[in-house]
Design a protein around this ligand. Structure first.
Ligand SMILES: C[S@@+](CC[C@H](N)C(=O)[O-])C[C@H]1O[C@@H](n2cnc3c(N)ncnc32)[C@H](O)[C@@H]1O
Length: 375
């Protein structure tokens, strides 16, 4: 039995960290290492890392959600090895505690079970609550505030780009018409409005089992929390802070996230393919090594935890970058692998994260299982 599998059984009862054994194996925790969990949640993975650290090790914990942070303080304030910081992992490099370098970074993306389960957080179309959806309810605008102000085109673009919602324009039009009569302030109100404009799915089909508001709720949540932009910045920051030999482990829950992670790792691990119309990329030096295949939960885990069905874990290891003669230094915090290869975005233009105002229809149309489970 692996270390991970052994400790999985000791995790907090009722809380099921996804792909726990695989994450522990991926991080290869060293007793005196420094690890950052950028998505603390309820600490399922963090606890596993801490149990492997000796007195000289350190565990740095981040989360945007003040409730998660309060939980982290309650659990670990007596432990001198642990430091807690409220904020986005996109800002991990600005946290002084990371300045000495990290032996491992874990990002377990998306929302936590407590966020989905508490109606007051406003994430779930299946539980009536205030239409909020912010991971940090004290910062930025709530879903209700955004839906009250955004114009029809922006709403349609968000639903389409972040939810792959084909009825995005029709839903946006109805939202704008409805809000002129009554403000949209409750999750149930929005879920009913969306259901009322969607064509009825044939009974017994996959579509009929998915709530019609699933895609729209996912899209609005991603937009309100700037999830994809944070992920792109956070990956860059993690790479900048990882020590040579340090491990990056990222669990994503839908194709938009996974595409960013996959392309980020590949963009730093493999020389870009030649394009005969562009000058030949010179001196590519990989900054990352891909560790294994993308991992998914097995049948036992998905039976116990339906949320694990759509989880994908990708792992990479930071490599030493030895510049060749005559190559320029990219500057502090910059990765040499992309610098030397010229301006190679980790996504091609077609796949780059779209923002409001842009329509990029090439996304994988599958609805993540955990979003279905959110009902
Ligand atoms: C899937 S849960 C993590 C569960 C955790 N691994 C555990 O075992 O309990 C995701 C958590 O990440 C947080 N989160 C999501 N995006 C974040 C970001 N950009 N920065 C910091 N925290 C974030 C959410 O608030 C949520 O608590």
């Amino acid at each position: 039995m692996t270390v991970g599998a052994r400790m999985r059984s000791d995790a907090q009862p009722g809380h099921l960290p996804v792909l726990f054994a695989q994450v522990m194996d991926a991080l290869q925790v060293k007793a005196d290492g420094i690890y950052l969990d950028g998505t603390f949640g309820r600490g399922g993975h963090a606890r596993g890392v801490l149990e492997q650290l000796g007195p000289g090790g350190r565990l740095l914990l981040m989360d945007k959600d003040p409730e998660a942070i309060a939980y982290a303080h309650a659990m670990f304030d007596g432990d001198a090895r642990v430091s807690v910081q409220r904020g986005s992992f996109a800002e991990l490099a600005q946290w002084d505690a990371t300045a000495g370098g990290l032996d491992g970074v874990l990002l377990d993306l998306g929302v936590s079970s407590p966020q989905l389960d508490v109606a007051e957080r406003g994430f779930s179309f299946g539980k009536d609550g205030p239409l909020d959806m912010r991971m940090d309810p004290e910062s930025g605008q709530s879903a209700a505030q955004w839906l009250a102000r955004a114009d029809e085109g922006e709403i349609a673009d968000v639903l389409f780009n972040y939810g792959q919602e084909r009825m995005s324009r029709r839903i946006a039009r109805t939202i704008v018409a409805r809000r002129a009569e009554t403000p949209l302030t409750r999750t149930a109100q929005l879920a009913e409005l969306i259901a009322s404009v969607m064509p009825r799915a044939r009974p017994g089909t996959d579509k009929s089992r998915i709530h019609p508001a699933t895609r729209s709720f996912q899209a609005i949540r991603i937009h309100i929390n700037r999830e994809l932009a944070d992920l792109e910045t956070g990956l860059d920051a993690a790479l900048a802070r990882l020590k040579v030999g340090g491990r990056l482990a990222v669990i994503s829950f839908h194709s938009l996230e996974d595409r960013i992670v996959k392309r980020f790792i590949a963009g730093h691990a493999k020389a870009p393919a030649g394009n005969r119309r562009l000058p030949v990329a010179q001196d590519f030096i990989p900054a990352l090594k891909i560790v294994g295949e993308a991992l998914r939960a097995g049948p036992e885990e998905t039976a116990a935890n339906p949320r694990a069905r759509s989880a994908v874990l990708r792992v990479a290891e930071k490599l030493e970058q030895k510049p060749g003669p005559g190559t320029r230094d990219p500057g502090p915090g910059k990765s040499r692998s992309r610098f030397l290869a010229g301006p190679q975005p980790s996504c091609s233009c077609r796949d780059r994260v779209p923002g409001p105002g842009s329509r990029v229809p090439a996304f994988h149309p599958r609805v993540p299982a955990f979003e279905r489970g959110a009902a």
